[in-house]
Design a protein. Sequence first.
Length: 188
Amino acid sequence: MADLARLTDVIKPEAKALGFDLVRVKMVASEAGDGERALQIMAEDPATGQLVIDQCAALSRAVSEKIDALEEQGQTLIEGTYHLEVSSPGIDRPLTRPKDFSNWAGHEAKIALVEKVGKHRNLRGELLGIEGDVVAIADKNAGRVDVPLANIHAAKLILTDALIAATQPLVTDGAEDIVEDEEEKADD
């Protein structure tokens, strides 16, 4: 098993040293097809709200080196084998930090709760923001619901036209270097 709080404490300074904000650290099933686990690290460049491939690679190298160094000192951060996955949060990003609930107020979100609030364990609607440690959402069925951060199991933005319009354009550096396969082009 992995101690996510300890891993976050190890990873956060590595991200910060590269100028990135850590969004989430999570152990997930690996998509590599081998049935193993993956340590998923989501981070963003505060200037763009995303990471490009070179930034993901830099963070991956820094985290790998740090974990390897700690393991050489006898610390076991993750039991067994795992893959390291570093990514940008994407447009329909998870909401994990208090500032996420503030920054993305006005957009549609989905929130899964640890414990029901009223009759609801899942909420979906316009994110109204956060005050102190209480998140407010205008749920489509329940109306305004105030939820303590500690009661949020998972939250993410819903991809809408308004969210796309509000999101900074993705970096497209190198897109002009992409060459289409002539065979695929002929099939179109």
